[in-house]
Design a protein around this ligand. Sequence first.
Ligand code: NAD
Ligand code: TDX
Length: 340
Amino acid sequence: MKKIIVTGGAGFIGSNFVRYVVKNYPEVHVTVLDKLTYAGNRANLAELPENRVKLIVGDITDTNLVDSLVKNTDAVVHYAAESHNDNSLKDPLPFVQTNLIGTYTLIEACRKYDVRFHHVSTDEVYGDLPLREDLPGEGVGEKFTDKTPYNPSSPYSSTKAGSDLLVRAWVRSFGLRATISNCSNNYGPYQHIEKFIPRQITNILSDIRPKLYGEGKNVRDWIHTNDHSSGVWRILTKGRIGETYLIGANGEKDNKTVVELILELMGEDKSGYDHVDDRAGHDLRYAIDSTKLREELGWIPQFTDFREGLQATIKWYQENRAWWEADKTLVEEIYVKSGQ
Ligand code: NAD
Ligand code: TDX
C-alpha cells in the first residue's frame, strides 16, 4: 500500500492518523481530502513534509473530484464526517449529506476502481447500555461487540449507522474490499473545543466554569486517539475483508469523574463546575469489547493511563492557545443559547 487517501484528515482523529502514518511508514504517501468545515484545520497538518502529505480541499460528496482521486490510489481511509451529536440535534441535514451521501460517493468510486476501503465509525451505532449500577450483580455489565444489534439514538449516530450499513451492503453485493471499525470516545490534542474534554479544559483556561450535562452519570469509554490510529492501521493492513472490528481500551468513566479530574489536574477546586441542561436522548453508557481486534490482529493499546493522557492533553491546550482561542467565544455562545 503506497498511496492512500485519508478523508477528513484535517480533523481531530484523521490528522492523528496522518501523523501516525508519516511517522511509522515512510513508504506511504497520503492525500488528505477534507472540506475544511468549522471542524477541519490546516494547522492540524502543519510541519508534515510536503512530499509525504498533500491536502486537497474538497467535499466527499463531489463525485467528479472523488472519482479523479480514487482512480489513482491504493486505499481510502474514511474519517470525514459531521461528528458532533449536539450539532446534529440542531441541524441534521449536513449529517445526512456528509455521512450518508459522502460515504455513498466514496464507496461507489472504490467499487468502480476496485480500491481498498476502510470505514471509520463509532460505538454509538449500537445505542447505549444500562449504567452498571442498574445491572444485576457486582461488576456485571455487557459491552458492545460486532454482533450487537444496531440501535442508534441521535441524528449523528443514525447517519453513522446508515453509512456502516451501506459499506456492508457494498461488500456483499458488489465485492467491495472494505473493513469497518467502531471506536469509542477519543481524547487527545487537536480535538475541537465543542467536545466534552477540550470544552472543559478551555473553559477553565478562559475563566468559565466547566459544564456538566444533567447529573453527569453518563459513561463514556475513553481511548487515546493514538491508540485509535494504530488500531485503524492494523485493520487496514491485516483485517479480513467484510469484517467489523471494535476499537476500545477499557476506559469507562462517568462524566462527573472526568470533570472533577480535569479540575484537579488544573489545580482547581473539584466542585467548581455547573450542572446544565441535559442533551436530548442522551445515551447512558458506552463500553467496547475489543477482544476480536486484540486476539485476531494482535492489537494492544499503548496509551491507557487516562490520568497521564489527560494531563498531557491539558498541557497541549495550555501551550497552544492560538489553535483554539479564536473559536472559543462563538462555541460558548452556541451552547449558552441552548441552555448548555
Ligand atoms: P472532526 O469533526 O474533528 O473532523 C471531521 C473532519 O471531516 C473535518 O476535518 C472536516 O473538515 C471534515 N469534513 C466534514 N465534512 C466533510 C465533507 N463533506 N467532505 C470532506 N471533508 C469533510 O471529527 P473527529 O472527531 O476527528 O471524527 C473523525 C471520524 O471518526 C468520524 O467519522 C467520526 O464519526 C469517527 N469517530 C469519532 C470518535 C470521537 O470520539 N471523536 C469516536 C469514534 C469514531
Ligand atoms: O459540555 C459538555 N458537557 C457534557 O456533560 C459536553 C460538550 C458534553 N457533555 C457530555 C455528553 C456526553 O455524555 O460528555 C459526554 C461526551 O460528549 P461529546 O464530547 O459530545 O461526545 P459524545 O456525544 O459521547 O460523542 C463522541 O464520541 C463518539 C464523538 O463526538 C463522536 O463523534 C463519536 O462518534
